[in-house]
Design a binder for this molecule. Structure first.
Ligand SMILES: *Cc1c(COP(=O)(O)O)cnc(C)c1O
Length: 386
């Protein structure tokens, strides 16, 4: 079995050649510290500022609204904890959803321990947050609404523009974790009415360990990371120049290719979904339409997602089961429970996320392999009655 199919693009993506080549000078000869005053370091500083301008242009933001961080997790932490610190005297109520990434959920739980009150909005069977629910949950003491733009497990794209408009009208700050959206669907901070937006380089073929928090002017969150005062005093630490340059190059490349790549991936994804739904007692998780271009996610009754994953790995296929992020626990994914799946069915979840290097031949191989693996495991399952 020599075939290798990487179908876990929601977990991470390969660094693109464009991003790597843009980074190389800043990993080698252009190693100056952007804060130093000589011209040699000025070139690193200029590259960092060009990266900031390029990221801003891709989001319809201003360069001064872009802050580089260590990734999506830090950006999410900063957004929630920053607003809590900034507005905590005005109110202690935060609205988020039940299907957020743990970077948001665990930060919200941390804030609950600090005396904040958090409403976790439910979602419908497709994983959608209703804008009317957001509106109904608003209170005079609400200081923040945080709803992810697209879900990492089931691909659901949220009505972010509508939710943002509701928050804006109520004078409440709005954050979106757009880590799965940026580089994959059009993102526009104006159209979306967002005040804060998180993104991460490695989810769109940039490097790992670098992300961005977009902060709408004149909003100025207090820093999460204290120190030498980099990023206008908001995020200290010597700048990851190569990382920022690589993130910006990858984002520009993804944005430029979006118009052709998104429909190509949608076609591959739909063929994969149609094919795998032929498997008896299988269902799609998340919506049929209104999902991320490369995202296909399923539950197969009477088997464990982890055992499918291991067999697929033996066949050269990289996949994920919904519970990958909490593999230490036996609980099924909070997302699958939130869309109303019973525990025993949620255990049989498999996520296949396609991306730039996947081809029609990869989908053929998935369509040939996954049904065999599912049938093989079911034969061994005491729960399966054919
Ligand atoms: C991957 C991911 C994150 C975390 O980003 P890192 O850069 O890996 O810290 C946050 N939110 C979502 C939705 C993600 O998919």
């Amino acid at each position: 079995m020599s075939r290798f199919v990487y179908a876990d693009h929601a977990a991470t993506t390969a660094l693109s050649d464009t991003a790597l080549n843009a980074m190389l000078p800043y990993l080698k000869e252009e190693y100056g510290n952007p804060s130093s005053l000589y011209r040699f370091a000025g070139r690193a500083k200029a590259a960092l500022e060009q990266a900031r301008a390029d990221v801003a242009a891709c989001l319809n933001a201003k360069p001064e609204e872009i802050y580089f961080t260590s990734g999506g997790t830090e950006s999410d932490n900063w957004a929630l904890r920053g607003v809590a610190e900034l507005r905590g005297k005005k109110g202690k109520h935060i609205i988020t959803s039940a299907i957020e990434h743990h970077a948001v959920l665990h930060t919200a739980q941390y804030l609950e321990k600090q005396g904040f009150e958090v409403t976790y909005l439910p979602v419908d069977a497709q994983g959608r947050v209703s804008p009317a629910d957001v509106e109904a949950a608003l209170r005079p003491d609400t200081i923040l609404v945080s709803i992810m733009a697209a879900n990492n497990e089931i691909g659901t794209i949220q009505p972010i523009g509508e939710i943002g408009a509701i928050a804006r009208r109520a004078g409440v700050l709005f954050h979106t974790d757009a880590v799965q959206a940026v580089g994959h669907i059009p993102v526009d901070v104006e159209a979306w009415n967002v005040d804060l937006l998180s993104l991460s380089g490695h989810k769109f073929h940039g490097p790992k360990g670098v992300g961005v928090l977009y902060m709408r002017k004149p909003l100025r969150l207090p820093p999460l990371i204290h120190g030498g005062g980099q990023e206008k005093g908001r995020r200290s630490g010597t700048e990851n120049v190569a990382g920022a340059v690589g993130l910006a190059a990858a984002l520009k490349e993804a944005a430029a290719g979006l118009e052709t790549e998104a429909p190509r991936l949608c076609a591959l994804r739909d063929r994969l979904i149609d094919g795998l739904l032929q498997i008896p007692k299988s269902r799609l998780t998340g919506p049929r339409d209104g999902r991320l271009p490369g995202s296909a996610s399923f539950v197969f009754e009477c088997i464990e997602g982890e055992s499918i994953l291991l067999r697929l790995d033996n066949a050269g296929i990289c996949s994920s089961s919904g519970s990958a992020c909490s593999s230490a626990s036996l609980d099924p994914s909070h997302v699958l429970l939130a869309i109303g799946l019973p525990h025993e069915i949620a255990h049989g979840s498999v996520r296949l996320t396609l991306g730039r290097e996947n081809t029609d031949a990869d989908v053929d191989y998935l369509l040939e392999t996954v049904p065999k693996v599912v049938a093989g495991l079911r034969e061994m399952s005491p729960l399966w009655e054919g």
